[in-house]
Design a protein around this ligand. Structure first.
Ligand code: 5GP
Length: 187
């Protein structure tokens, strides 16, 4: 079965996503001009956006003085329609974040529990500054109170895949954001 048959509709093309990542990089770069910055990607979904953001930041003339990349992994909710608010760290950061400028990079925020939990956890480690960056925002069912400092695109109120986002570990590798056909979920 090819991926093409499973896709209902493209929501954002790879060009639209690239431009959104460039806009995020411009905003972050301006805020951290001349300062070191640690991008902290939340695995697995934020794998691509973190890498593309770092690459775009490194092309800036007046951007951060240094960019480091680290990842942490949290449990995602797999098949369930929405996260329960229970977040588990599967792999912690390898960098010590104390005293550093940290931007948490998330693929998507829905009810906000994941990023709120991470922001709380990381704030306790006394970074110099802590900001949140999300590529796709689904602002419709927010439960946790969390400030998103940098937001790329607003996604529809639906389960989306591609550009890092999976359904049962598939479709992450799609270069665009898409809706799946309903039969995929009943397979
Ligand atoms: P929240 O805790 O904000 O509800 O959800 C955040 C996490 O849930 C994301 O990091 C992602 O792993 C997952 N998630 C939320 N919405 C979607 C979606 O539409 N598609 C996929 N594949 N994952 C999602």
């Amino acid at each position: 079965m090819s991926y093409g048959e499973a896709i209902e509709r493209t929501l954002f093309t790879s060009d639209e996503i690239r431009r959104a990542v460039e806009r995020l990089a411009a905003a972050i770069g301006a805020d951290f001009r001349g300062q070191p910055l640690l991008l902290l990607g939340v695995l697995k979904g934020a794998l691509y956006v973190t890498a593309d953001l770092a690459r775009s930041l490194s092309l800036q003339k007046d951007g951060p003085s240094e960019i480091r990349i680290d990842y942490l992994a949290v449990s995602s909710y797999g098949n369930a329609a929405r996260s329960s608010g229970e977040v588990r760290i599967l792999r912690d950061t390898s960098e010590n974040i104390t005293g550093k400028n940290v931007v948490i990079v998330e693929d998507i925020v829905d009810n906000g529990h994941t990023i709120a939990y991470l922001a709380g956890l990381l704030r306790d480690r006394a970074p110099r500054s802590l900001r949140t960056c999300v590529l796709f925002d689904k602002p419709y069912h927010r439960q946790a109170s969390v400030t998103l400092d940098y937001v790329g695109l607003t996604a529809p109120d639906a389960f989306v895949v591609g550009y890092g986002l999976d359904y049962q570990e598939r479709y992450r590798n799609l270069p665009f954001l898409a809706l799946l056909r309903s039969w995929v979920f009943s397979e």
